[in-house]
Design a protein around this ligand. Sequence first.
Ligand code: PRX
Length: 650
Amino acid sequence: MSSKNIESHLVEKRVFKPSRDFSKKARIGSMAEYQKLWEESIAKPDKFWAREASELLWQQKWSKVLEWKEPFAKWFVGGHLNVSENCLDRHLGTPRQNKAAILWEGEPGEKRTLTYQQLHREVCRFANVLKAHKVKKGERVIIYMPMVPEAAIAMLACARIGATHSVVFGGFSAEAIRDRISDSQAVLVITCDGGYRRGSVVPLKKNVDDALKGDAQTVRGVIAFKRTGQETHMEQGRDTWWHDEMAKVDANCPAIPLDSEHPLFVLYTSGSTGKPKGILHTTGGYLVGAYMTTKYVFDLRDEDVYWCTADIGWVTGHSYIVYGPLANGATILMYEGAPNWPENDRFWKIIEDYRVTIFYTAPTAIRAFIRWGDQWVKKHDLSSLRLLGSVGEPINPEAWMWYHNVIGGGRCPIVDTWWQTETGAIMITSLPGAVPTKPGSAALPFFGVDAVVVDDNGDEVGPNVGGKLVIRKPWPSMLRTIHGDKPRYKKTYWAEVKGAYFAGDGARRDKDGYFWIVGRIDDVLNVAGHRIGTSEVESALVSHAVVAEAAVVGRPDDLKGQAVVCFVTLKQDVTATEQLREDLKKHVRHVIGPVATPDEIRFADALPKTRSGKIMRRLLKQVAAGVTVTGDTSSLEDLSILAKLAAKED
Ligand code: PRX
């Protein structure tokens, strides 16, 4: 976030109270009620969580709510349940049985509806396909698919038999898939021939083929769903079509009881080292978190049409497209493609067509909508909307106001939800019927969340003082570890501040206790709501034959939040050319994927380093932002480097 935004936060004084009408119908209808429940959740967590967890279906009840040996947690110890059963079977034999679970629209315009009964049937059949492929409980399955219902079906089918899924976002490259296969030791890959994006076909299966060249040898098979129908290579003895597989199995597949701590999924995310971390979530605690945050934060009703625009490849897609809403028996809308295809009003058209009531999207998308202009919104009737949500990055107050006025017609509460892949579920948010909102603030901690802002010594800071955002108590949907790397889990999250989980974000609290998230304070960028590790981009750059050294920093960007700026020094005798700049951008896309494409590559003779050889990113950030370099430069080895960098006209 730019310093301008931080300043505008400090002067932001507007407060929006929930409407009386909304509060009257809401589950949590007043601030007093929120406070009472929050206090109970902190003072008597066992009682609080046991009550919430009892709303789910357990095949065997837990004997203990929490076993905490910092930093390792076990929730609902001894309990057995199945996530797929909670999302599907639980609604059969109730009036929800024939209710739409998924309303799907493809980018070219096709429409499909799957009722809970139909979704259950598809999931059972695909679970039998997994069994036919001898996928065992605990084995990992990679899902690399576009936004088609089959992606959710594959996830739920894994959960049904206790296989651990790892969804890889469709915007990642073959190399990124290969890394994830190798780290997770996956046995099966589920993909599509292709997916539609802005009118063209993304060749997903081809990326999988490329990923499997070389040494991803744990993979026994690839199942491809036919989506786009283009010519697709199928490797004999390894690859099969989804429809052929489904034709061979029946729809009888009881959900198996799984231990509450059984791994449900591993989701890779960027950290401050070059290697993405496999964030591990387990069964009972995660589901309780996803279920009850969805229930309270979105105040979901059976009549709602709920649309979260995230991709299933990110944690938001896991918790708030699939697991949370389905566990609540909601009707979810799923859209395959881009918001500006065929024109800039596609989202508004969808909201009008399906009478969407709850809309959950990201600030970067909101800023793009603003740029495209109100006329696209005005063409459509958005009066069905009753609640709006924001996630993924700090929302600037201007974008918040536009969202409120233009999309919400001034009548819809906005929930600005702060959370992370690691937290599994929403942690800081307003509750729409209870908590007044302030544009740009994520508001207050959710139930059970003991969030505070601390200084470098770990001491809590006073109102309006910036510091590190930490969580002092375990919560049910917290990550359990980094897949295969407990020491890294401990070091990354639980070593920075004694006795607390460090989120990697900076924040301040105002005098009302509201959180104002500043953004990442580690070496992680947030580009258009996507997490990108600077060191991941750096290692991609130095893997190019001509690059000697690279340092990557973020630059404030009006649309994307942050832009990726790379400082690159070249090997001797290599000339910096425009072509090389383009080649390096392409190279990063190839190694990581389009999500990490550099916005700017600046060639440098040398990078600013301390005497001990550490790159001084703080200075590079200032150079990238075009501001005068300030602060302590006394440890800089060669001052002339800075002058040269700042003078560079690229
Ligand atoms: O910096 C915070 C930002 O996104 C990071 C988490 O990214 P990821 O694990 O990819 O999950 C994104 C979706 C939950 C956080 O460390 N972030 C997320 N939501 C917000 C936010 N920053 C400010 N306000 C938010 N509402």
